[in-house]
Design a protein around this ligand. Structure first.
Ligand SMILES: O=C(O)c1cc(=O)[nH]c(=O)n1[C@@H]1O[C@H](COP(=O)(O)O)[C@@H](O)[C@H]1O
Length: 291
């Protein structure tokens, strides 16, 4: 149980959810083009109908959902209110909600982001938050502390699915302690591993490693097994990765992977049963690839 006395650690809750439903996270990315394809207006009411339709289709049936905050923020305060509804719907359905807001700032400001997305009582606090370590992993400390206290989790960007990510993540610099050369990605993974040490069955500080990154974990010396935390793998479906890529990218760490697909599932809407079928098919494929 968490220090709050109510919630088991995120890593344990995610491991149970993946065992029950398969290792799939459905991304809720209400692109303007998808709203249009679903016959919905590109406004806050269209956004609401889109997001709640996804929740109706997959709530209680997949391990997690991942609303992408940008698509809610582009509708202003009414869009954020819809994000709050999605968080509440996940809680009601017993489906973990990863809020994909990719926050990162100096520590004092990070504390405010942590309050918004990780503190009990905040309407935007789901079960986990995506964060960026590129202001220095230590700047994430307020989010790490609050997440672990509240039974919530983090997914720290490490090897992202976009090709431009290599410029930063593959860069090599001397380790400040030992002086040995180490890639940025390897350093991020090592710091997550230190936070997850001893956790069972899974730590609560995960990494984001795109399913599209090929042999990047090996070439950057990033030890994904040692992380002992969940590995969120976007890039499945619309960005081109499938079962073969999942197996190749994650190797021995594949049992800890939560594959994530947004457009690949969402294109099956707006019919609830088609959407549900697409999500369940993607979950089965991910389970077969990662089992
Ligand atoms: O953190 C993420 O989820 C993320 C990290 C990354 O490296 N690549 C990536 O695509 N994402 C997110 O995952 C989703 C991918 O959407 P689809 O390409 O439609 O499946 C988007 O919301 C991205 O912002």
């Amino acid at each position: 149980m968490s220090a709050a006395g109510e919630r088991a650690p995120f890593g344990a809750r995610l491991a149970a959810a993946m065992a029950a439903h398969g290792p799939l996270c459905v991304g809720i990315d209400p692109h303007a083009s998808l709203l249009d394809a679903w016959g919905l207006p590109d406004d806050a009411e269209g956004l609401r109908r889109f997001a709640l339709t996804v929740m109706e289709a997959v709530g209680g049936r997949v391990a997690a959902v991942k609303p992408q905050a940008a698509f809610f923020e582009r509708h202003g305060s009414r869009g954020l209110a819809v994000l709050e509804e999605v968080v509440a719907a996940g809680r009601d359905a017993g489906t973990l909600v990863v809020v994909d807001a990719k926050r990162g700032d100096i520590g004092s400001t990070m504390g405010a982001y942590a309050d918004a997305f990780l503190r009990d009582g905040s309407p935007l606090a789901g079960d986990a938050l995506t964060v960026s370590p590129f202001l220095g992993f230590g700047s994430l400390a307020p989010a790490v502390d609050l997440a672990l206290t509240a039974g919530r989790g983090l997914f720290v960007l490490c090897l992202t699915s976009n090709p431009e990510g290599r410029d930063v993540q593959h860069a090599v610099a001397p380790d400040p302690t030992t002086g040995a050369p180490r890639s940025v990605a390897a350093a991020v993974a090592a710091q997550a591993a230190a936070l997850n040490a001893g956790a069972h069955p899974l730590g609560s500080v995960g990494l984001v490693v795109g399913a599209t990154v090929g042999d990047a974990a090996r070439s950057t010396g990033t030890d994904l097994v040692a992380v002992n935390g969940p590995l969120l793998a976007p890039g499945v479906g619309a960005q081109g990765a499938g079962p073969d890529e999942l197996r190749a990218v994650f190797g021995e760490a594949r049992g800890r992977v939560l594959a994530s697909s947004s457009r690949g599932v969402l294109r099956a809407g707006p019919d609830v049963s088609s959407l549900r079928a697409a999500a369940l098919r993607a979950a089965q494929e991910a389970a077969a690839a990662l089992g």
